[in-house]
Design a protein around this ligand. Structure first.
Ligand code: ATP
Ligand code: MG
Length: 390
């Protein structure tokens, strides 16, 4: 048995020995039954946070207000949450007040989907209060209780449903899908950070296209993004894509403004790069300068964007260009601007920079060898022409 589960079972036993109930719950149990590897374990217990704290030497107060403590053990982190019952929900998000409970069933009934309420005890026995195993076998995402009500309580659950579709390849059970269609406008009540966290996970998952198709069918995509053109392009893609490429498509096709989201600087920069590469190469093709300046990864993503919008495949060409690039950075060029200026007196200093740029391009395109002598000779020819014009 793997170390994570073994360590988790030790935690369950310790809680039980102290007179409490404790189970693995949520993603770990779901994924375990599907034969999928999970990196973390959530635990649900009748023990109150103060009791949990006393039983373990290393704990962190991650979500004490919601009854969650992180127990650190054996190099792993376990989220241990006290049984809760349905509280009041404010603003279609988060229970407004939380009530601890002594009932496992009460705790499970407030969870989102039947496949997420399965629990497992320290001996690997699974308990299933709301027919989750059946849905797991059928590949269905079904809310616990009335779907419309559950989405009204917490509108983020709709996006979670699509995200689980994208990750697991499941379908939305009919009533769940219909309710998500009816309640779709509530998604605007959810903070952009939470929406984007779910979207990023969804778009990077293997079955993203399936989730996007559902979002189209129930007009969720239109409501969320204000247009469903980009989502249609993505849903109809023959190929997989990643989140950067997907957001680039949304920016290009729907005019989605990356600045209005709360992406990390690095993610936003990647999207912007792909968008600008797309603009430079769409229906025109890739040159060595594009691949040199923006890198192979961004070029491949821009190629994916171009292809989704009708261009032919340039992937091989990009790889070939990348393999043959004679230099990787500007600094690798065998002459600097200063070398050119020292070798040739110029009337217009701007011509030095322009000449350097032309040399770079010539080297990248294989027209000149990257050695100082050839480059200085070529610089003389270029300068003569430029200075002649000035
Ligand atoms: P993964 O960790 O693989 O993304 P997960 O199912 O473990 O999936 P978490 O977000 O870690 O999802 O949440 C753990 C469990 O808490 C869920 O399985 C579900 O039972 C419950 N849960 C999480 N978010 C909600 C929510 N918005 N509404 C109701 N229950 C929720
Ligand atoms: Mg989890």
């Amino acid at each position: 048995m793997d170390k994570l589960r073994e360590t988790g079972e030790r935690i369950l036993r310790r809680l039980e020995e102290a007179g409490h109930e404790a189970y693995f719950v949520g993603g770990f149990v779901r994924d375990f039954l599907m034969g999928r590897i999970t990196k973390d374990i959530d635990i649900t217990t009748s023990a109150r946070p103060d009791d949990v704290k006393k039983l373990f030497s290393r704990t962190k107060e991650t979500g004490a207000a919601f009854g969650t403590l992180t127990v650190l053990e054996g190099g792993f982190a376990f989220e241990v949450t006290t049984y809760r019952s349905e509280g009041r929900y404010d603003n279609h998000r988060h229970p407004g007040e939380i009530a601890f409970s002594d009932s496992l069933e009460a705790d499970l009934s407030r969870r989102d989907f039947t496949i997420n309420q399965l629990v497992m005890d320290h001996e690997g026995r699974v308990k299933d209060h709301f027919d989750g195993r059946k849905d797991l076998e059928k590949g269905l995402i079904r809310t616990i209780g009335d779907a419309g009500k559950r989405f009204e309580e917490d509108a983020l659950r709709m996006l979670r449903a699509f995200r689980f579709q994208a990750v697991l390849g499941f379908s939305l059970e009919e009533k769940t899908a219909r309710a998500a269609g009816e309640k779709r406008h509530l998604i605007h009540e959810i903070s952009i950070e939470r929406v984007q966290d779910e979207l990023l996970k969804l778009l990077s998952a293997p079955h993203a296209r399936k989730a996007l198709r559902t979002m189209l069918e129930i007009s969720f995509a239109q409501t969320l993004f204000g247009s469903d053109k980009a989502v249609s392009v993505l849903a109809g893609s023959r190929y997989r894509f990643d989140a950067v490429t997907a957001f680039a498509i949304m920016a290009v096709v729907d005019g989605l403004d990356i600045e209005e989201w709360r992406f990390s600087k690095s993610f936003a920069a990647k999207v912007e790069t792909v968008c600008s590469l797309h603009e430079a190469t769409y229906q025109k093709g890739f040159t060595p300068l594009h691949v040199f300046e923006k890198g192979r990864r961004a070029s491949e993503r821009a190629d994916r964007v171009n292809r989704l919008l009708g261009d032919a495949n340039s992937r091989e060409k990009i790889r070939e260009i990348d393999k043959r690039l004679p230099i990787r950075e500007r600094a690798d060029l065998a002459v600097k601007g200063g070398d050119i200026a020292r070798a040739y007196p110029v009337k217009n200093p701007e011509n030095i920079g322009k000449t350097h740029e032309e040399l770079l391009r010539a080297v990248l395109e294989g027209r000149i060898e990257n050695d100082k002598e050839s480059l200085l000779q070529a610089a003389a020819r270029i300068l003569e022409e430029k200075e002649g014009k000035d």
